[in-house]
Design a protein around this ligand. Structure first.
Ligand SMILES: NC(=O)c1ccc[n+]([C@@H]2O[C@H](COP(=O)([O-])OP(=O)(O)OC[C@H]3O[C@@H](n4cnc5c(N)ncnc54)[C@H](OP(=O)(O)O)[C@@H]3O)[C@@H](O)[C@H]2O)c1
Length: 305
């Protein structure tokens, strides 16, 4: 494992969402790199990660995320605000806007929004509900007097052994629609966190940083699954992308679950986007922090066994 203490950086990171999956990992990497960390948590939260964050050396600041004055106070002295919040419009657009306004008022020079996704700048409005919210927030961010940096990482590779029904371990098939040779971007949650922490402590980042632990086609995933498990995997083409588009409409009509962050139809939208090739990340900035070692799809699939 990389000893990040060899690459020390200074800075005070104000992190929102540190009790979440990605945020907690970002917190760990910020501290390992020598940054100071202030974690904003919801008032009265008894999340089990809070004592862990304290042990890491983070300052825990309980805030009412609806109260800009409290957020301004919490942001003061920060060199970069990092959001790893997860949610729908109330969080991605509204809460992040309050956090942004507070960061500006507190004089924080930089802001990393909770994007961590495929390239939504290349996708048409309406093709992915969650990414439309990110695009909407990005308009506000672009107009604010602060330097924004979005981390775009494709799909969390971890989802291939979890929520994303792509690698069907039981029947040894890789499920897809459209073209099995379409390159797609995958980065683990951990590698995304390591990179985000490095970017948070780097004062010279551009508007977008695009990364991929591995660029893989459906056929590459098939090979990775075969190597990872020692068993022969095949592919399973369920139809065209047009057919997947119709399935998304039907699933959304039958099971809208509009108040869930990741209802099945939204996961299908994400897969449709990726398989279309439109949000493919380019250019990749993987080498910006050469100390980061990227985890391959095969390594993630091997954890399933
Ligand atoms: N590219 C991909 O494949 C992929 C996959 C998964 C996630 N992501 C993205 O990664 C980011 C982080 O996701 P995650 O999985 O780490 O999320 P998570 O585990 O659900 O954590 C969400 C964090 O946001 C906080 N939060 C939620 N609603 C809040 C509110 N109204 N006010 C204040 N704090 C609130 C939570 O605090 P509490 O602990 O108090 O609830 C928690 O700290 C999101 O942008 C998500 O979309 C990307």
């Amino acid at each position: 494992m990389t000893d990040f203490t060899q690459f020390p950086k200074s800075g005070t990171i104000i992190l929102a969402g540190a009790t979440g999956e990605l945020g907690f990992l970002i917190a760990g990497f910020v501290v390992r790199r020598g940054g100071s960390l202030k974690s904003l948590v919801r008032k009265g939260s008894d999340n089990a990660r809070i004592p862990e964050l304290r042990r890491l050396g983070a300052e825990i600041i309980e805030v009412d995320f609806n109260n800009v004055a409290e957020l301004v106070k919490a942001c003061s002295g920060g060199t970069c605000v990092v959001s790893a919040l997860s949610g729908l419009r109330d969080v991605i657009v509204e809460t992040q806007t309050r956090l942004l306004n507070a960061a500006v008022e507190a004089g924080v020079p930089r802001f990393i929004p909770s994007d961590y996704c495929i390239d939504y700048t290349k996708l048409p409005e309406g093709s992915n509900r969650n990414l439309d919210l990110r695009r909407e927030f990005s308009t506000r961010l672009n107009n604010a007097p602060i330097a924004p940096t979005s981390i775009l990482n494709g799909m969390f590779t971890d989802l291939l052994t979890g929520q994303a029904p792509v690698v069907l371990f039981k029947i040894k098939r890789v499920l897809y629609w459209g073209d099995a040779d379409q390159p797609m971007d995958f980065t683990t949650t951990r590698d995304t966190a390591a990179y985000t922490a490095a970017a948070a402590l780097d004062t010279t980042t551009p508007r977008f940083l695009r990364i991929a632990g591995e660029v893989a086609t459906i056929r590459d995933i098939q090979t990775a699954a075969t190597k990872a498990t020692g068993e022969e995997f095949g592919t399973l083409r369920a139809g065209s992308l047009g057919f997947l588009g119709s399935m998304i409409k039907i699933t959304r009509a039958l099971s809208p679950k509009n108040d869930e962050v990741f209802p099945p139809w939204q996961g299908m939208q994400y897969l449709h986007n990726m398989l279309s090739g439109k949000p493919k990340l380019s250019p990749l900035e993987n080498d910006r922090y050469p100390e980061i070692r990227w985890t391959l799809v095969r390594e993630v699939l091997a954890t399933k066994h």
